[in-house]
Design a protein around this ligand. Structure first.
Ligand code: NAP
Length: 295
């Protein structure tokens, strides 16, 4: 079998188009322009690149982008004061503090300071709790994108056996909640799971969020399964001195067995930013007392 490739780039572009339509509608019908504030402390090159992409897409979808760059040496009080200012700013509907923060800043403390209604990363415990009990919540962008990708293959996930590798607060745990909400039967695995390959072989839907290059092999996959690869790992390329990106799944092997699979790059990655835009529009509507948008 040769798997269908789930084109995350194209699906994300379509989603961004829907967001842009909603933004236009909110502007013409309600005079509301959603705004996203992104806070970057320090000079981490990967973070700088992520923040740049987020700001670009925010503007492209018609929203306001507020870019806050702070020095590596920014102190706790200054950062918290900025978050509080953004919490109070009516033009800001979403706040994202880019992680990791330079030490000794405490990411947990900063994330807790964000107003849960503006927490477009969905990392605040209030949003995690609301998601867990089935209340409307701002949901972390990467797992939200994973579910959307899986549903392009199987519109209903009800009754399917789903296996998630990884139990982080930003991917594995919210994926568990989202999959349960979709009525899948979910197993969450981690570094202490026994015979992980055998557990994975039961999965109709396999989500890999591990951070280990190509750990999931072709013979871990049930024939015909849908495989969503969250991993982004930089490894040495064939050309000396160059690097390339690979996922947590050995793509060449897995695509011979799976029914559908996301590539890396071009799978989950583009969906994460598109879902950030979705969350910003959702937050803006909720803050303005408007019905949830059509995205
Ligand atoms: P994380 O916080 O480091 O969590 C990794 C998880 O993998 C942990 O639960 C860990 O288990 C588990 N794990 C590690 N080694 C394992 C093994 N040998 N067998 C089974 N499980 C193992 O990572 P994360 O933040 O969730 O990110 C995971 C990957 O997704 C990374 O490659 C990251 O770059 C990528 N990512 C991509 C996007 C995107 O937009 N595409 C967004 C976020 C993350 P324990 O809990 O037992 O330690």
């Amino acid at each position: 079998m040769t798997a269908r490739i789930i084109d995350g780039k194209a699906i994300a572009a379509e989603l961004r188009g829907k967001v842009a339509n909603e933004v236009r509608r909110l502007s013409t019908q309600h005079g509301l322009t959603p705004g996203l504030a992104v806070v970057l402390a320090g000079n981490n090159p990967a973070s700088q690149s992520y923040v740049g992409s987020k700001a670009k897409v925010t503007v492209e979808t018609g929203m306001r982008s507020f870019d806050h760059r702070l020095p590596e040496t920014v102190d706790r009080a200054e950062l918290l004061a900025l978050v509080n200012k953004l919490n109070a700013d009516p033009a800001v509907h979403g706040i994202l503090v880019q992680l990791p923060l330079p030490s000794p800043l405490d990411a947990q403390e900063v994330l807790l300071a964000i107003d849960p209604a503006k927490d477009v990363d969905g990392f605040h415990p209030v949003n995690a709790g609301r998601l867990a009990v089935g209340m409307p919540a701002l949901v972390p962008c990467t797992p939200l994108g994973c579910i959307m990708l899986a549903k392009t293959v199987q519109p209903s996930l009800a009754g399917l056996d789903a296996v998630v590798i990884g139990r982080s607060n930003i991917v594995g745990k919210p994926l568990l909640q989202l999959l349960l909400a979709e009525n899948a039967t979910v197993t969450v695995t981690h570094s202490r799971t026994r015979d992980l390959a055998a557990v994975c072989r039961r999965a109709d839907l396999l989500f890999a969020a591990i951070g280990r290059p190509e750990m999931v092999r072709g013979d871990w996959i049930k024939p015909g399964a849908t495989v969503i690869d969250v991993g982004i790992n930089r490894v040495p390329a064939a050309t000396a001195g160059k690097t390339r990106l690979v996922g947590d799944v050995a793509f060449a092997e897995a695509s011979q067995v799976a029914g559908a699979i996301t590539p890396v790059p071009g799978g989950v990655g583009p969906m994460t930013i598109a879902c950030l835009m979705v969350n910003t529009v959702r937050a803006a509507c909720a803050l303005a007392g408007l019905p949830a948008p059509a995205v």
